[in-house]
Design a binder for this molecule. Sequence first.
Ligand code: 13P
Length: 255
Amino acid sequence: MNKAKRKTVIAGNWKMNMTPGEGVSFVNKLKEIVKNQNNCGIVVCVPDIDMQSVSEALKDSNIKLGAQNAHWELSGAFTGETSVNMLKAFNTEYVIIGHSERRQFFGEINLSVNKRLKTIIGSGLKAIVCVGELLDERELGITTEIVSLQTKIALKDVAPEQMKNVIIAYEPVWAIGTGKTATAEEANRVNGIIRGVIEDLYNKDIAEATTIQYGGSMNAANAKELLSKENVDGGLIGGASLKHEDFAAIIAAAQ
Ligand code: 13P
């Protein structure tokens, strides 16, 4: 396996935090600190309502804009939803899908993740597909089965040449927002399982070229060790992405 074959991507998931004004002052500070960090992709996934103002603030910076979800249809009677074309109007490049909070609170299932993924990559955007087991599933010893199933269903009918626009984020649900991080060895092991699934579905080259992030209480203190692992190609960061010094420290750890 060769880490050099894939891009490291550090993405912040702001979740339902930051008004448009707060978002702009945040990225104005962040872009100054990270302006010379060019060895990894840097993304902020913001609430839809922040998109226009944050997109303006990010112009001419090395930080890319991401969304936290997108609908699988391009338009129509879907009250409260956002289409990929609406996101693209603000130069959005990335969309998170299948986040455990969407699965837990908003009825997201593997098949709807797959529908979203096909629309997102079909429109030229990049997707960050979240997978990860619940604590009960981990304790039952079925982590491999759960992440394999989630990955396989998410990637149903995704063509090999589209895989360059797919990032997988392994986010063990018990580690999200809890301060409990998977050990670097465990994150590496599960990310390796996901890479094996991609190899089975496609081939070794595609598996080695796919960015597989870790997410779940990643912070300034533990990022370096996690990111040093062979199969950990970046992070999807919640809480620590809301503090510009902490997020910048994670980006620096990825260099
Ligand atoms: P925390 O970093 O707050 O644990 O959140 C992780 C996450 O859910 C990112 O999508």
